[in-house]
Structures are given as structure tokens and as C-alpha cells.
Design a protein around this ligand. Structure first.
Ligand code: FAD
Length: 433
């Protein structure tokens, strides 16, 4: 019997350390530089951030998503989940702990599919936290349906020339390189006809046309790039994972990325619940505390119930990933966590906002950012609807149709069968009456 909800004492000690470290040392960065996580460190920020990263390294918690061969500690996804739910409180914490999206996913695919040269050139500095990367897949005319992508890479001499448009390539403006998905063969199905390329951001023809901001970003501070790739020439060895492998590479990347978002979302939703409870206990109206009103008690109970279900499910999914070491086998549960995540964060943050009254909707409290974050979680790495389709298909695979007109659980027939099974006794019973 191996179901166990305990954390080993040595790792719990590290988690306790991380909890205090994030609250005391890292959360202040969110207040000083709310939009600068992916900007190269200037002199002031370097003086503060580098020592923090070094403390994390000393504690053995740097890049916990990676195995020891890649500079991580080999903690695995379950331990990462327990850490990530602490890091989720702060937008700077993943940077300080070397496990920020989208770089984690990008590192994972270079580790998995990269040649030794690609690993040395791109992966090593990425893992050191020396540079950032960007994933360039979505196009202006198509996001959720990659079969509609048109960005094209054509062989030319011993290299490739890329032409096309990409949209929402996060952090492209500060990234050192982009991972670009492009059509390389129009004769076969898109699933076999697309490839991934590693493209240094400074390559001639990589034109960032504009950086789109999310709601609440300061003007001019957008970080989701519309990019025009215009005759971008890359060598043959820019190909990542081989020709026609883009879908396989993308699945590897997005599987990990999605569950890491879910882990961090637990932390953020928990922060909202903490704030809800504090306010409920502190504010009085019409003769009693908010905490004594049944409506507010309902908010608290519903929030706790949603959060605890979500948390256990995410931890279970992380455990499954460690067990099978194959994202495909855990696809249904990763997609399910992705579906649930926006609703859990939205509902808890919304209730916490409501209980704070007018103050809750101001820019002096973080709730609207959280609610907006929930909307983002319903889109980034694929819209909720698409994940629901995935889950439904996977669930249906575990079931079979009946060719009878009546369902197999039709009660009259089942009752009849039950009577037939115990006919001998039932007749006896009737006989005794
Ligand atoms: C903050 C943020 C960061 C992002 N970062 C990146 C990045 O770094 N790199 C990158 O390449 N992309 C990135 N994206 C883009 C993201 O992957 C896409 O937004 C997503 O795949 C959806 O594509 P779309 O926006 O074109 O919407 P569409 O594909 O146009 O879909 C629009 C809506 O249509 C509905 N819909 C779509 N398909 C179906 C379906 N099969 N069934 C039912 N309804 C459906 C859904 O309601 C969906 O929201 C990011 C997005 C956000 C919000």
C-alpha cells in the first residue's frame, strides 16, 4: 500500500526555507519591478537578483525541473509541484529559482531533441540563467489549430530560409533565441510536414513588428511579439529534432509547460484565499464580522473545496509523470488540470475581490491581475475548449458502445438477471411466505 501524502522531512525543510525566502526576499521584487522579470539585469537588479539565485543554488533548489545530467537536482515533478505552489505566489520567484516559463519548456525540448552542439550553445546558458528564450508557434491567423500555420522554411543550399508571421511570441524582445515552427513539406499532412528551428534573435530578417501588451501592462511594456520572419537564413543544423518532427517536439514542450502553470496556479489561488480569509476576519458590518455571514462562509468553503481538489489532482498528475516518464501517457490528466486551472483561480480571486469591496477592484490590490491571469490560463498553451476535446476523446477511448437498443445498465433487464442469478433462493423465499 504505497499511497502516501507525507513529504520527506529533508525536502519539507527545503520547502519551509523556500516559503520564507519567497515571502521575505523575492516578493519585494514583484513590487519594485513588476514587469521586468524577463529584462536583462541592469546593474542594480543584478546586485540584488544574482545573490538570491546563488542562495537557491546553494540550497539545491535551482532548476528543479531538470535531471542531474542537466544541472538540476533530479527532484522530479512531484517535488517540483510542491515547490512551484510556493513560487506561484510571486512573478519573480520562478526566475530566481531557474524554472520560469517559457524557458523551462524550451530547455526541456532542447535537452530532449537537441544535438550536443545545440545543447552546448543554447541549453547550457539557458540553464545557467544567463539568457532567455522565446517559443514562436502561434500565427496571426491561427493559434489553436496548428494545421493552419503557413510560416514556411525552404531548403536553400546547405541551410534553410524562413518566411512568415508569428504572433504572441512571449519575451521575444529580450530572448537570445527563438524556437520557430515552420512548414517544411507541403506534400504531406501538416503533422509530418512541419519542423522546429533554433533561430538566434539577432539573425537578419527577424523583425519584431510590435510587442503586444496584456491588460494592465504599462504602455509600451508589452512582451508578446508579432514577428515578421523575412528571408531569415539559418544553417542546416538549426533544425531541432529532425525534419517533420515539429508536432512531436511541441507535445513534449507543452506537456510539461501546462502542468507547471497548474502547479504555480495553486500558489496564486492559495494567496487569494489567504487574503479572502484575512479580510473576512478583519472587517465588520451590520453587527458582525464578514466571517460570520453565511454568504461569506460559503465563499470560503467553496474556495477551499475547489483549491484542495485541484491541488490533489495536480500533485497526482505530477506523480503520474514521474511514474511513467512519458507525457503522452498522462495527457488526459495534464489536459484536465489545464481545464480546471482557470476556473479555480478565477473563482477564488473573484470572491476574494468581492469581499474586499471597492478596495478589491482597485490597482491597490492584486485581484484583477489574478482574474486576468485566469483568463490568460484559459488561452496560453491552448484554449480550454481544445483541451476539453482532448480529455473527452481520451475518456471515450476507455469506453465501448453497445449495439443493443437498451443501455447495458437498463434496470429492467439487470433486475431480471439478478432474479435469474438467485432464482433458487428467491423461489425458496416465496415458498416460505
Ligand atoms: C499570455 C499569453 C502568452 C502566450 N505565449 C505564447 C508563446 O510564447 N508562443 C506562442 O506561440 N503562442 C503563445 N500564446 C498564444 C496561445 O498559444 C494562443 O493564444 C492559443 O493557442 C489560442 O490561439 P488563438 O489565440 O489564435 O485563438 P484561436 O485559435 O483563434 O481560438 C479562439 C477561440 O476559439 C475557440 N476555439 C478554438 N478552437 C476550438 C475548438 N477546437 N473547439 C471549440 N472552440 C474552439 C476558443 O474559445 C478559443 O479561445 C500565448 C497566449 C497568451 C494569452
Amino acid at each position: 500500500m504505497a499511497w502516501d501524502f507525507e513529504t520527506e522531512p529533508e525536502y519539507q525543510e527545503k520547502l519551509d526555507w523556500a516559503d520564507e525566502f519567497v515571502r521575505e526576499e523575492v516578493e519585494p521584487l514583484d513590487l519594485l519591478w513588476p514587469h521586468e522579470q524577463f529584462a536583462p539585469l541592469d546593474e542594480t537588479r543584478r546586485k540584488i537578483v544574482e545573490p538570491l539565485k546563488n542562495e537557491v543554488r546553494r540550497k539545491g533548489l535551482w532548476a528543479t525541473h531538470l535531471g542531474p545530467d542537466l544541472g538540476g537536482q533530479g527532484h522530479g515533478q512531484l517535488e517540483l509541484a510542491l515547490l512551484n505552489e510556493i513560487l506561484g505566489r510571486s512573478s519573480w520567484a520562478p526566475i530566481v529559482f531557474g524554472c520560469q516559463a517559457p524557458d523551462t519548456g524550451n530547455a526541456e525540448i532542447i535537452a530532449h531533441y537537441g544535438t550536443p552542439e545545440q545543447r552546448e550553445r543554447y541549453l547550457r546558458p539557458l540553464l545557467e540563467g544567463e539568457l532567455f528564450s522565446s517559443y514562436s508557434m502561434t500565427e496571426p491567423q491561427a493559434g489553436a489549430d496548428p494545421t493552419r500555420f503557413t510560416t514556411r522554411a525552404v531548403r536553400d543550399g546547405d541551410g534553410w530560409v524562413i518566411n512568415g508571421w508569428k504572433f504572441f511570441s512571449s519575451n521575444a524582445k529580450t530572448a537570445s533565441f527563438l524556437i520557430v515552427m515552420a512548414v517544411t513539406n507541403t506534400e504531406v499532412s501538416p503533422y509530418q510536414g512541419m519542423s522546429m528551428f533554433l533561430v538566434p534573435t539577432g539573425t537578419p530578417g527577424v523583425n519584431i513588428v510590435r510587442d503586444v501588451g496584456l491588460y494592465g501592462d504599462a504602455p509600451g511594456q508589452g512582451s508578446h511579439a508579432l514577428i515578421h520572419y523575412e528571408d531569415v537564413r539559418v544553417p542546416h543544423d538549426a533544425l531541432l529534432g529532425g525534419e517533420g518532427q515539429a508536432f512531436a517536439v511541441a507535445q513534449t514542450r507543452l506537456g510539461g509547460g501546462r502542468i507547471h502553470h497548474a502547479m504555480r496556479t495553486i500558489g496564486l489561488a492559495n494567496k487569494a484565499l489567504d487574503m479572502l480569509c484575512e479580510r473576512a476576519l478583519s472587517r465588520e458590518t451590520q453587527g458582525s464580522r464578514l466571517a460570520d455571514k453565511q454568504f461569506v462562509q460559503g465563499y470560503i468553503a467553496d474556495s477551499y473545496a475547489q483549491l484542495v481538489q485541484f491541488r490533489l489532482f495536480v500533485l497526482y498528475t505530477a506523480w503520474e509523470i514521474d511514474k511513467y516518464n512519458d507525457y503522452k501517457k498522462v495527457r488526459k490528466d495534464i489536459a484536465t488540470a489545464k481545464i480546471v486551472m482557470p476556473t479555480v483561480l478565477h473563482d477564488i480571486a473573484w470572491r476574494a475581490m468581492q469581499v474586499h469591496g471597492a478596495l478589491g477592484v482597485t490597482d491597490e490590490m492584486p485581484f484583477f491581475r489574478m482574474v486576468h491571469g485566469a483568463a490568460v490560463m484559459g488561452l496560453a498553451d491552448g484554449p480550454t475548449e481544445v483541451h476539453k476535446v482532448t480529455v473527452a476523446k481520451q475518456v471515450l477511448r476507455e469506453h465501448a458502445p453497445t449495439d443493443d437498443v437498451w443501455p447495458t445498465q437498463w434496470l429492467p433487464r439487470k433486475r431480471e438477471a439478478a432474479r435469474a442469478k438467485f432464482a433458487e433462493y428467491l423461489e425458496h423465499e416465496v415458498g416460505n411466505l
